[in-house]
Ligand binder design. Structure first.
Ligand SMILES: [Zn+2]
Length: 137
């Protein structure tokens, strides 16, 4: 019977490892999202955060957001740590910067809809003013 338990343990281990690695990151990002929604008075928005591989993002970007202003719903995507140029504390801080950056995008999108470059500059200015330490990327 021992081979059976070994196989079962092996299977459980394979199933458990990715869940153990991803779940704390997901929970961490969700906590950051809720915290920043509160600070930006966006608690009436129904937003979620997801981790995506670089193929899902535009080149040289660390995140993106899709939202619907009428229903106040949206999804913020942040770059998967596997594809990141940073790790540890810098990685976590930069992912937080992305969440703030995308939340500010959602807020300012109605102000300059026909000038994406001005919008990006404004978003970065506001993001920089909000976070207490410089964004690594
Ligand atoms: Zn942007």
């Amino acid at each position: 019977m021992r081979w059976y338990f070994a196989a079962l343990l092996g299977l459980l281990f394979c199933l458990a490892v990715p869940a153990v690695q991803l779940a704390p990151l997901q929970a961490h990002l969700e906590r950051q999202l809720r915290n920043w929604q509160k600070r930006l008075s966006m608690e009436d928005w129904n937003l979620s955060v997801q981790v995506v591989r670089k193929a899902a993002l535009e080149k040289d970007t660390w995140g993106t957001a899709e939202w619907d202003a009428d229903s106040r719903t949206g999804v913020i995507s942040v770059l998967d740590p596997m594809d990141y140029n940073l790790k540890g504390g810098e990685l976590k801080r930069d992912m937080e910067c992305t969440i703030v950056h995308e939340l500010v995008h959602i807020q300012v999108s109605s102000l300059a809809p026909d000038n994406p470059e001005a919008q990006e500059a404004l978003v970065n200015k506001i993001m920089g003013a909000l976070v207490t330490r410089p964004c690594p990327n």
